[in-house]
Design a binder for this molecule. Structure first.
Ligand code: NAP
Length: 306
């Protein structure tokens, strides 16, 4: 099976790239991965995507998908398991053991939430420990929950959970937040939310279900136990680049190295866009803009190689 352009990933970057390459008359196949729509599918509400005053992440991604399909992008609900970029056409193998070849590849595999990797965390995953308030917050109506982290995601999750739970404790390892100012302003005055500064979760405690957190004060080293019904880890993301190791140049944190104005990677004909190559401003609008850049660069590359 061969295509002119193969896109890996179905977040804002992947769909945008597809919209551009398909509209340019290039046969485009897009591998969605396990969760079509990417990280935004876990976002309750989006208020900063231009053109939409307020929209759910699911609805936003449904619009991207509909538009991509309407211009001819062929969606394959498959996960890519390996790639061979050593020569053209590039080879892409899926988990269903199908092999595709492509003249150009656009990588838009995004990033995934990081776990804390503290003692007990793995044991209580799905039993009180979660990385998605939108998915699991519902189970904590009237209960006491903690959110771990100090970035926009953590603050956003705390505000979201405060609509459901009785009490929310934000646990942050430093004494200032990294989150966007407008989110901090809402957090700091919220009557249901309290903050434990300079605090590190060192252990998740419980029996069948999580029921407490062991917390260490980062300044004094003192340890204390906080009884809790649920804990949400929101400490950032890591790029989904496992299958590209050894094939493309990656940064020390695992992001794909790209040429900023073209999205070109270390292999000619392979482009990367969105969170998989963006380690600073991980925003949907940036990913979408990047998807456009990658697509235009792929078009130019294919035209020149004709
Ligand atoms: P982030 O900005 O990288 O913040 C991660 C937070 O987790 C930081 O406060 C960090 O602490 C903490 N952390 C990291 N590793 C930790 C560890 N091992 N133990 C304890 N704490 C740890 O990630 P993010 O909040 O997911 O945001 C990512 C991007 O998405 C940002 O650009 C953000 O603006 C954007 N975003 C925007 C919105 C929105 O509504 N506009 C919502 C969500 C995300 P330190 O501060 O000490 O480093």
């Amino acid at each position: 099976m061969h295509t002119r352009v193969l896109i890996i990933g179905s977040g804002p970057a992947g769909y945008t790239a597809g919209i551009y390459t398909a509209r340019a008359g290039l046969e485009t196949v897009l591998m969605t991965g396990h969760m079509a729509g990417g990280q935004l599918m876990l976002t309750h509400e989006v208020e900063n995507y231009p053109g939409f005053t307020r929209i759910s992440g699911i609805d936003l991604m449904a619009s991207f998908q509909k538009q991509a399909e309407s211009v001819g992008v062929q969606l394959k609900y498959e996960m890519v398991k390996s790639v061979d970029f050593s020569k053209r056409p590039f080879k892409i193998k899926t988990e269903m053991n199908r092999t595709w070849t492509a003249d150009a590849v656009i990588i838009a595999t995004g990033s995934s939430a990081k776990w804390l990797e503290a003692k007990g965390e793995e044991k209580y995953r799905g039993h009180g420990v979660s990385i998605c308030a939108t998915c699991d917050g519902f189970f904590y109506r009237g209960k006491s929950v903690a959110v771990i982290g100090g970035g926009s995601s953590a603050v956003y999750e705390a505000l979201y959970l405060a609509q459901i739970a009785d009490k929310v404790t934000l646990i942050h390892r430093r004494d200032e937040l990294r989150a966007e100012k407008h989110l901090q302003n809402q957090l700091l005055v919220h009557p249901k939310i309290s903050i434990r500064w300079d605090s590190e979760v060192v252990e998740f405690l419980g029996e069948q279900q999580l029921n407490a957190l062991k917390i260490k004060n980062a300044k004094t080293g003192d340890e204390s136990v906080l009884p809790i019904d649920g804990a949400f880890v929101a400490i950032g993301n890591r790029p989904n680049t496992e299958i590209f190791k050894g094939q493309l140049d990656l940064s020390k944190d695992g992001y794909i190295k790209t040429h900023k104005s073209t999205c070109a990677t270390s292999v000619e004909g392979v482009f990367a866009c969105g969170d998989v190559q963006e380690d600073t401003y991980r925003q949907a609008i940036i990913a979408a803009g990047n998807g456009c850049v990658a697509a235009l660069s792929a078009e130019k590359f294919l035209l020149e190689k004709k």
